[in-house]
Write a protein that binds this ligand. Structure first.
Ligand code: COA
Ligand code: AMP
Length: 629
């Protein structure tokens, strides 16, 4: 079948389509009920199926004779470590750590928070949870104590698995103060904290709460896979929402395995014998889906990379890794390529390596600017594919489905809707847009398997936030248009989310932190364009009456507060004190106008602005801070 036939079938006969796809995974009990539509927007896929995430990632391949094949490659230019694990070796480690978790009281349905750097033990911990039916919640290592605490509290985890440290270029990230801070802030008490002691960086542990990874394994037995209902949860991944309170995106087990395995061939054209690399972090959805789950479900080899595209040690590291392991396809964020392009515009490093294995580059996480795509195409001489997706969906909503049919590239578009997703544009008057008309991008319900069936303990928030503004549709909070050929163009977010180096952040959450400063009366955080990171947050602050502290000190304190409370990943480096925030007469802060000024875009002076002079004051500050020249 060609792409159109496959796509049409997925939309017109979703039951039949996803029943056939589900045959490709291992079930303890095959589902007879494919899609339950009885209680919209809470749809259920494969509700009477019984399966296991870890079984599909490891045991199944061993059973099929692939036990001695490499499942996981670890390459850490930041520490100089490299290792490989076959499916059998990985299974043995996972099954032992699953036993350790069991020894510490973890049973089916319990939550385990994983706060770790990019080491194989992080993958082992994730898979061990799947093995015994525990729900993991991975927290990105670049988040600070506050974020870790809020996830411990919301998930009511029993165990935290963490490490003695992470390594960032030029600095060691000590996890001890971050973990201590989180445990102090969290209202919920953990039963155990398991620390993975990194080589040459062992820390003192406080018994009985804390034990080391190695100690936890001492009495651990090999542990079999638990039989799980398809609609039980595999994991919770918290993501930024429209407020500072993170949303717990949940993933049900059966649909996750079915959909992700299908994507490896159909979207990425990856077969079992291929080596695949997703240069992301396990703390993000791209890391969950494409470092760990999808490639292992497929039975191909996946690579875990602890480094950066530049500086570890140079802008040639991606080419070195591709050449060393004969990588077929790489998936990363456009910002990584902007970083390489900045350091090595002429591709001098590239020419040193043999990249004959390399067949395609996939980009997502933020808009891929045409300049970067063209630069990468010229250098790599392979298709460069921009595809669009979200934590909520766990796999691409739109993409060039290269395993079905290679489509032509339209620079600036994330290609066409992937089978399973009926994507529409709805205008402000609630009518469906015609070709090329802008509006909110929505997906007709039901969403396909592998997407989020609800939010952790928050059915109402799921319904109100995503499924209520447009009856019968999932609201993506992205805006854009679909052209006459069905290509989707993602133009902007419609909420307060910004994308900083492919990392999803809420400006509302940063504002919540700034407003806690004792001298700050009001604040606004705006995402402005940045050549490297795509977007960067800047803050505007007004001070309480009578404050006579130096503005520069207040600004520095605010920057530190954001780093301490949200984390370095927010890259919040500029807070400007202004006399008044620019507002309409009804009190709405003119964030869009300030963003346009900072990005040197044309803007109209809003007719309802209460004091136009304030925009001049902001312009001056932006010039002083080298944002505007
Ligand atoms: N643990 C602790 N700190 C972390 C961290 C982690 N796992 N990841 C990032 N940070 C810190 C960095 O050290 C940096 O701190 P600093 O302010 O002290 O320098 C800060 O968070 C910002 O990090 P980052 O966004 O990585 O910026 P950078 O300037 O260090 O590097 C790039 C820029 C473009 C090289 C980098 O952003 C990159 O590799 N991006 C790839 C994008 C990606 O993987 N996105 C995931 C979604 S697909
Ligand atoms: P996350 O949940 O962190 O994956 O972030 C999802 C958001 O990133 C989307 O809602 C988009 O705003 C943005 N995004 C992801 N991929 C793309 C893309 N290919 N083009 C434009 N924006 C994207």
């Amino acid at each position: 079948m060609n792409f159109k036939e496959i796509y049409d079938k997925s939309i017109e006969k979703p039951d039949e389509f996803w029943r056939e796809v589900a045959d490709d995974i291992f079930w303890f009990k095959k589902p007879t009920k494919i899609l339950n539509k009885a209680n919209p927007p809470f749809y259920k896929w494969y509700e009477d199926g019984v399966t296991n995430t870890c079984y599909n990632a490891l045991d199944l391949h061993i059973q099929n004779g692939l036990g001695d094949k490499t499942a996981l490659i670890y390459d850490s230019p930041i520490t100089g470590n490299k290792s490989k694990f076959t499916f059998k070796e990985l299974k043995n480690k996972v099954s032992k750590f699953a036993g350790a978790l069991k020894n510490h009281g973890i049973v089916k349905g319990d939550r385990v928070v994983i706060y770790m750097p990019m080491v194989p033990e992080a993958v082992i911990a994730m898979l061990a949870c799947g093995r015994i039916g525990a729900i993991h919640s991975v927290v990105f290592g670049g988040f600070a104590s506050n974020e870790l605490a809020s996830r411990i509290d919301d998930s009511k985890a029993k165990i935290l698995v963490t490490a003695s440290c992470g390594f960032e270029p030029g600095r060691t990230v000590e996890y001890r103060p971050l973990v201590d801070g989180a445990l102090k802030l969290a209202k919920h008490k953990l039963d155990k904290v398991i620390f993975y002691q990194r080589k040459d960086y062992e820390i003192k542990l406080n018994a009985p709460l804390e034990i080391s990874w190695d100690e936890s394994l001492q009495n651990a037995k090999d542990t079999d896979c638990e039989e799980m209902n398809s609609n039980d949860y595999a994991y919770i991944l918290y993501t930024s929402g429209t407020t500072g309170v993170p949303k717990g995106i949940v993933r049900d087990i059966g649909g996750h395995i079915v959909a992700l395995k299908w994507t490896m061939k159909n979207i990425y054209n990856i077969d079992q014998e291929d080596v695949w690399w997703s240069a992301s972090d396990i703390g993000w959805i791209v890391g969950h889906s494409y470092i760990v789950y999808a490639p292992l479900f497929k039975g191909c080899t996946t690579l875990l990379f602890e480094g950066k595209p530049v500086g570890t040690p140079d802008a040639g590291v991606f080419w070195r890794v591709i050449s060393d392991y004969k990588i077929k396809s790489l998936f990363t964020a456009p910002t990584a390529f902007r970083a390489i392009k900045k350091e090595d515009p002429d591709g001098k490093f590239f020419s040193k390596y043999d990249l004959s294995s390399f067949k395609s580059l996939f980009l997502a996480g933020e808009r891929a600017d045409p300049d970067t795509i063209k630069w990468a195409e010229n250098l790599l001489k392979v298709p460069v594919i921009d595809h669009w997706w979200q934590t909520e969906t766990s796999w691409a909503i739109s993409s060039n489905c290269t395993g079905i049919e290679m489509m032509k590239t339209k620079y600036g578009s994330a290609c066409k809707a992937v089978p399973g997703y009926d994507v529409r544009i709805i205008k402000q008057d609630q009518t469906i847009a015609k070709s090329n008309e802008m509006g909110d991008i929505v997906v007709k319900l039901p969403l396909p398997p592998g997407t989020f069936p609800t939010l952790w303990n928050a059915d109402q928030r799921y319904k109100e936030n995503y499924m209520s503004n447009y009856e019968g549709y999932y609201q993506t909070y992205d805006a854009g248009h679909i052209d006459e050929d069905g290509y989707i163009w993602i133009m902007s977010r419609t909420d307060d989310i910004i994308n900083v180096a492919g990392h999803r952040l809420s400006t509302g959450a940063i504002e919540e932190v700034l407003s806690e400063h004792k001298s700050v009366a009001e604040c606004a955080v705006i995402g402005i364009a940045d050549k490297l990171k795509g977007q960067l947050p800047i803050g505007l602050l007004t001070l309480k009456a009578g404050v006579n502290q130096d503005n520069r000190i207040i600004s520095k304190e605010c920057i530190k507060m954001v780093r301490d409370k949200i984390g370095p990943v927010a890259a919040f480096k500029l807070a400007i004190v202004v006399k008044r925030l620019p507002k309409t007469r009804s009190g709405k802060i003119l964030r869009g106008t300030v963003r346009k000024i900072a990005d040197k875009e044309e803007y109209k002076m809003p007719a309802t602005i209460d004091d136009p002079k304030i925009l001049d004051e902001i312009k001056e500050e932006l010039i002083k801070n080298n944002i505007l020249k």
